[in-house]
Design a protein around this ligand. Sequence first.
Ligand code: PLP
Length: 395
Amino acid sequence: MAVSATLAINQLTAERLAAGRPVLPLGFGEAGLPVHPDLVAALRVAAASGSSGGYGPVTGLPALREAAAGYWRRRCLPTTAGQVIAGPGSKPLLYAVLRASVGGVALPRPSWVTYAAQAQLLGREVHHVPTLDGQGGVPDPDLLDAAAASASAAGRPIGLVVLTLPDNPTGTLAGSGTIRSVADVARRHDLLIVSDEIYRDLVHDPVREFLSPAELAPERTVVTTGLSKNLALGGWRIGVARMPEGPLGDRLGAEVAAVASEVWSSPANPVQQAAAWAFEEPEQLTERIAASRSLHARVAGAVADRFAAAGASVHPPTAAFYLYPDFSAYADLLAERWSVRTGTELANLLLDSFDVATLPGAAFGDPDERLSLRIATSMLYGEGEQREKALTAAD
Ligand code: PLP
């Protein structure tokens, strides 16, 4: 297996920067913002007790599980602490959930690199199902229905569908009608829904209503989230998963806990203590998230406008800090002048000849001929003081 495309581009960018190349880092999806000082203080207090806190319970500290349950309850999802499992990031939790499920894996096309790679690690069949235009992260319900029916007819049924709400790589959020239809399809074909909601608090389109499939199909939906994106805590490695209600949730929860016990034991104890406070959503952190949301919106919006003005096709960003422009309008020029015919060749050309790091659509399961790139705009905020200023600037 190759190293994840996103981590690989980060490594390559870092190496070129270290070698003195002025690389514009549009490839890697870090939140690009400083950690709130009160979070640093909370971690310091937790770490300063003189004890590491020990390994702690496999499913996470009770205080963190209760705080995460409260986070979901405030978002109209009745949740008990017993339904919550904390892990070292939502990525390993997604892997453990996938491991605990059965059958083929339906993914939106395009979708975040890791889902297909995790399915591959587990030897599971992947079905890429195209999304509706402008509704990234959710397979077209009719196409999902057809894919599930034909997989069953072939004797290799799909067992699970992953949704990303809002979406990476497209920066869009699927509408509630589409999510309702997908929930119906999931019921009809007895699919587990995994709803990756790591960017939920970064929806910046004021008229887009957020609907979680867990509100519609609580008996079959796992929700994952974390603090890596909304509070720029990717390096802290903490995430949480909310198991479905009822017997399926009990079974999955037990299996995820078993994987956790053999793979990571428990998340870092001091980090869990600070994370518990963050999930209580104190005012200063809510304000910080609101400020970052508006910064992401301004920068992604401005970059999208530039791409559109230059003739690329791009959906206006609805959430987070990603754009997914399609450069088909340049196909002839790219082929004639640069011998570029695929998204991968375009990304390589940009990096090698122009010092611009991006990721090709093929990394997200799109056909390489599509000439689409994922652009992460959050690394444009600068460093140190510059980033602090960006958070408070009006423009
Ligand atoms: N889900 C999506 C869609 C992501 O883009 C990312 C990070 O890039 C993650 C999950 C990973 O989050 P965590 O840091 O909680 O493992």
